[in-house]
Ligand binder design. Structure first.
Ligand code: ADP
Ligand code: ZN
Length: 724
């Protein structure tokens, strides 16, 4: 059939990877097209990328349809992925195209040429031979395919001699893929002997392959969760399937890649936003072809076009970094569970401090619960002690209590290492005028400026605004009255260096360490014993093994507890547990001291007693009483605008338009967590519903009744992280 006489039924709908509405109808342009095919289509005067989503809707008259211009020679997106996009767009209330764009981040993977031409010895003998030609033919005698320049180099001749042989047919062209297959992990490369508990857990995971199930792999830090799920990875690789291992942060991948290589003999395919674009293109293609067998990546790795995904692992499943907060707002851990369900494969959520959601699912039998109760080998869990800052006060303008100071002293005297944890970058979180009480704030955000003494700047951690620290108060003009208030890691380092001038001290925070590589180097220096006292933010909390680290001091265990948000309590518990768990990972026993003003709080009590489940039970009871997740559901609507009047008017209109439904309550508008951010005002509505309420339908109906005006941006956050 020619291009010009297609019957009307030959149109297709094409979804474009953008936030625009769609899909749109196109004529098939003579291509044989099915759902998932990646195509180029005209849009206005441009050619854009799109994915065939189904047959045409018939909404556009056939004679007015534009035609698909090209079908890319790459594997189509697998049906499970296109179905997943449809489902996820509905769940997170985002345009389908915006979700689709997450699947098409392979860059040049789609762009021809996807093969390159190489040459090898052909059947014909050249009519005319020269010494150069002869040498080239000798080089080709091994039958290997090479580029002309490679032959020339090998034979020590000019490229023109090689070209002559090609013209004569003595070297024949073959097309080879630009990207070859990556090495395949070897399941038995370096097997370990599992402990009995590990073996039981590994066997259960292996037995679960082949159908959907969700498993919580719940083991204390150092219990060997990674070694254990590696056995399930090995089982899938042995059978030729694909595995996805999700990690919450890019910083964790560096060490993980090495660990994987030590176990499986080669690196897995890496996927996250820091991977170079050529490597991304290659990885995308290798995944699409099924050649990449194990992918290790951050949340975006969930959207790769796996044709044969048979196992998903989400390590550190409780980690807040699984939540994508910009653009399409989603929690990759939750999406991974659904992706596994749709792909009929198991998902394993691993953590020492599971999220309350996953823990409750395991308690109620919806998830399989596998536990590894003890550290592997001789290592034991550290003892955790609370330091009551009300009684054991640090000296004025200092932040280490006598108890913590004494413990550090003993530790370094034994030539062991100490880690001081404070989740605050910079020198001081607040700068206050001593004479009038004025606090220096960011002009663009509702945030105080943080002092960074090494850089001699006051900085906003939200928008990046910076200024020098003023000599004079801008309010009362008092001179030299601006005082630093409270500690950041730089200030703790200053205190430590005054107390132990001989000690080797280092800071680990994102201001000092730029990128995963530098972070890795610093942490390796710590692991090798090149640092006596490490002072770090949350980047030291997870994933790293320091054999000689026996003391962890938490400078301010109460940080993060002030707002009264139940989720903040859960996060604090996880973080403190994780940080304390850095101590004593090897033969020497560890100790953790937590400085707190509220040692009687049940969170502190549970941490000190090592009774995680008691804490989770009590928190769960509270959540249930309040109808908070996982016993109820939330969705947040976040409005933002640079125009105060426009946002106020829209918030009023939205408040009036809120649907009424039994089981749903609307709170707001209230100032959002950051009421001003980058110069924009932010307001938030919160919808709270009962557990089985169709919260997405409610929100969609609401927005449809009252869509945002141009000047106001509206973002929907289903299952928001914070509850207040
Ligand atoms: P987790 O992921 O639970 O924190 P890991 O898997 O990192 O624990 O294990 C902690 C340490 O113990 C690692 O150094 C790991 O190699 C080692 N380990 C765990 N299980 C075994 C085993 N069965 N044989 C040998 N070493 C093990
Ligand atoms: Zn700011």
């Amino acid at each position: 059939m020619s291009l010009f006489d297609q019957p009307p039924g030959e149109s297709v709908s094409v979804l474009l990877p953008s936030g625009a509405p769609g899909p749109f109808d196109y004529a098939n342009g003579g291509h044989d097209l099915k759902r998932g095919d990646i195509v180029a289509v005209p849009l206005g005067r441009r050619e854009v990328l799109g994915v065939v989503w189904g047959s045409g809707t018939g909404e556009v008259a056939p004679e007015r349809l534009k035609a698909v211009s090209e079908r890319f020679e790459v594997p189509s997106l697998p049906p499970v992925l296109t179905d997943f996009v449809d489902w996820m767009a509905g769940y997170v209330i985002a345009p389908k195209g915006a979700v689709l764009s997450l699947c098409l981040r392979g860059g040049d993977a789609l762009v021809p040429p996807r093969t390159k031409t190489l040459y090898r010895r052909g059947a014909l003998e050249p009519v005319r031979t020269t010494p150069q030609r002869q040498r080239s033919l000798q080089a080709a005698a091994d039958g290997m395919a090479r580029a002309p320049a490679e032959f020339a180099e090998l034979a020590g001749v000019g490229v023109s001699a090689v070209k002559g042989l090609i013209e004569a047919g003595a070297l024949e062209p073959i097309e080879v893929p630009v990207y070859g297959a990556p090495p395949c992990p070897e399941p038995d490369y370096a097997r370990v002997t599992l402990s009995e508990a590990q073996r039981t857990a590994a066997d259960a995971m292996i037995a679960s392959l082949g159908t959907f199930s969700a498993t919580l792999l719940d083991g204390v830090t150092g219990s060997g969760k990674t070694e254990t799920y590696f056995e399930a990875v090995a089982a899938v690789v042995r059978e030729g399937g694909q595995v996805l291992i999700l990690l919450p942060e890019i910083a964790l991948t560096v060490q993980f890649m090495e660990r994987f290589e030590a176990r499986f003999g080669c690196r897995p395919t890496e996927w996250h936003s820091d991977v170079k674009s050529t490597d991304r293109s290659r990885a995308w293609r290798q995944v699409a072809l099924g050649d990449a067998r194990v992918v290790v990546g951050a949340r975006s790795a969930l959207f790769l076009p796996y044709p044969d995904l048979r196992l998903i692992i989400a390590d550190e499943e409780h980690d807040a970094a699984y939540k994508q907060e910009d653009g399409v707002i989603y929690n990759a851990r939750d999406m991974a569970v659904m992706r596994a369900r749709m792909g009929h494969c198991p998902v394993v959520l691993a953590s020492a401090t599971p999220s309350l959601e996953s823990w409750a699912n395991a308690e109620q039998g919806r998830y399989r619960h596998l536990t590894l109760p003890a550290r592997f080998g001789p290592a034991v869990l550290p003892t955790i002690e609370l330091v009551d800052l009300r009684r054991d006060k640090p000296p004025s303008q200092r932040f280490l209590s006598p108890a913590l100071e004494g413990a550090i002293e003993e530790t370094i005297a034994r030539k062991e290492q100490a880690l001081l944890f404070l989740n605050r970058r910079g020198y001081a979180p607040l700068n206050i005028c001593q004479s009038c009480g004025h606090r220096i704030a960011c002009p663009n955000c509702s945030a105080w400026l943080v002092e960074h003494r090494f850089r001699a700047k006051l900085a906003c951690h939200h928008c990046g605004f910076e200024r020098p620290k003023p000599r004079e108060c801008e309010k009362c003009h008092a001179v030299n009255a601006i005082a630093s208030s409270g500690p950041g890691v730089e200030r703790i380092a200053e205190e430590v260096m005054q107390l132990w001038p001989e000690a080797r001290v280092a800071i680990a925070s994102s201001d000092v360490l730029h990128g995963p590589k530098q972070t890795q180097e610093a942490l390796e220096r710590m692991a090798e014993g090149g640092i006596d006292i490490l002072i770090g933010t949350q980047i030291v909390a997870k994933g790293h093994n320091f054999p000689n680290l026996t003391l962890v001091g938490v400078v301010d265990a109460d940080l993060g507890l002030s707002g009264g948000d139940p989720r903040a309590r859960e996060r604090t518990f996880q973080l403190l547990h994780q940080v304390a768990g850095r101590a004593g990972r090897h033969a020497k026993p560890g100790r953790a001291l937590l400085q707190t003003h509220q040692p009687e709080d049940r969170l502190m009590q549970a941490i000190a007693a090592g009774d995680r489940d008691r804490f989770l039970k009590l928190e769960a009871t509270d959540r249930e009483r309040l109808g908070f997740p996982p016993y109820g559901r939330f969705a947040a609507l976040i409005l933002s605008s640079a125009d105060e009047a426009a946002i106020e008017a829209y918030a009023d209109a939205l408040a009036r338009a809120a649907p009424r439904a039994e089981g749903a309550t609307v709170w707001g508008p209230a100032p959002a967590l950051m009421a001003r951010l980058r110069g924009r005002t932010r307001l938030r509505f919160l919808v709270k519903t009962t557990r089985n309420f169709r919260i997405q339908d409610f929100v969609r109906e609401w927005i449809a009744a009252c869509p945002p005006p141009n000047k106001v941006r509206l973002a929907v956050d289903v299952d928001p992280q914070s509850f207040i």
